[in-house]
Design a protein around this ligand. Sequence first.
Ligand SMILES: [Zn+2]
Length: 409
Amino acid sequence: MMSALHSNQSLRACVQCLYRSTHPFGLQFNSDGLCTGCITHREKFELDWDARFAELQQLVSRRKRRNRNRHYDCVVPIRGTPEYFYVMDVVKNRLGMNPLAVSYNSQFNSEVGIQNIDRIRDTFDLDVLIYSSNATTYKKLVRESLVRFSNMRWPYLAGESVFPVQVAVERDIPLVVWPYHQATEQVGMHSYTETPEMSRRNRAQFDLLGIEPGELTSSETLVSESDVWDLEYPSDQALVRTGLRGIYLSNFLPWDSRRYSEEMISRFGALGAKSLRTFDTYDRIDDMTYMGVHDVLKFYLHGYSRVTDNLSREIRFGRINREDALAVERHYQAEYPKEEIKLFLDWLGMEYSAFEWYAGRMPFFAERSHMAPLSRSAESFVSGFTSNASPVNESKTFILYGKGLHLND
Ligand SMILES: [Zn+2]
C-alpha cells in the first residue's frame, strides 16, 4: 500500500478552484493564494487562439510533407465520449487530415461508450483499430496495481497511452493527435505557449503515476515481463526513424470539455449519460468503473475525486460559484456505489471484505455519510448537463465489444 504522501499540516487550498496541495500532479500557489491551474487557465481568455490555430495548421502541413505512410496523416486515439467527436471534427473537418482512429479497450465499457464509438466511426467515416489485451493478463495487472498502488486503472492508462504511439511507429505515421495535456488542464504544469508535446517522460510521470511497466515485474509478484511486453514505449531509435511527434489540441484551442461536448451532442448526436459520483454527463462515461471503484479509491488516496476536477473546471469558466461548488462536491463524494464496486470485485475475483480492509488503511479513508440535498441554485447547475442515453452503470455487466459480448457472463 502507498503510504500517506502528504500530511494534513501542509494542506493548502486554492482561493478560487477546489484543488488542494494534495493534488498528485503538484500544485503551487501565488501570493494571492491562486493555484497554478487557475493561473494557466486565464490564458484561455487571453491568448490569440486564432493565431495559435494557424500555427497548428502549419505544423500539420509540415508533418504531411514528412509522412511516408501513403494513406493516413495521423493516429488519433478515441474513446466513447462526446469530447472525441470534437477531436475528430477538428482533425478531419477543420484540418483536412485522414486519421487512423485507435482505441485501447478498457474492458469495462458501458453501453453508451460503445454507442459513442460506433457513432464517431459512422459520423466521420473512419477506419478504427481496437486493441484488447487478453483478459487473464489484464486481470492480473489490474489486481497487482490495485493491491500495490491502490489504483485499478494503471493497466488501462499504460495501454491507452502507448498503443497509439506503437501504431504510429509500426505504420510510419509521424503524428499522434491527443485532445489535451491533463497536467496542464488541471494544475497548469505548462503555459499553453510552451506547447508541451507527448514524450516518454511525460507518460511515465503523469499517465503512469510514476510507475513504469518494468516495476510491476519485481520478484515478489506474479507479473512477468511477458505480461507487460505490449505496454512498453517504443525505442528512441524507432521514434526518430518515424519522426514521430505527439501533439495536444488544447495548445491550439481554448479547450472546454463541457462546451465542446454539448456542441457535439447537438451537431452530431453524441451521447451524454448520467454517471455515478458526479453531475458531469460527458466525462468518462465510456467506462463503468471510472466513477465507481476508481473514484472511491482516488478519494481515499488523495482526498479529492473526479467531481472536484469537474467543478474546478466549471469554476474557472465562471459557470458555478465556489459556495455551490463546495456543496456539490460534498454531495457527490458521499455517494457510495456499493453494488458497482461489487460488480468490479466479482470480475476481479476479490472479496468485498478484502476491499474494505484495503480501503480502511488508505490515507484519506472516511466513514460513509449520507448525500445532503442540493440547494436550488446547485440543483439548477447540475440539471444543465444533458443526458440523452441510459445511465452509465445501468448494465449489470461490463461490455467487451459492442452488443452481445460480455466479460462476466
Ligand atoms: Zn485553483
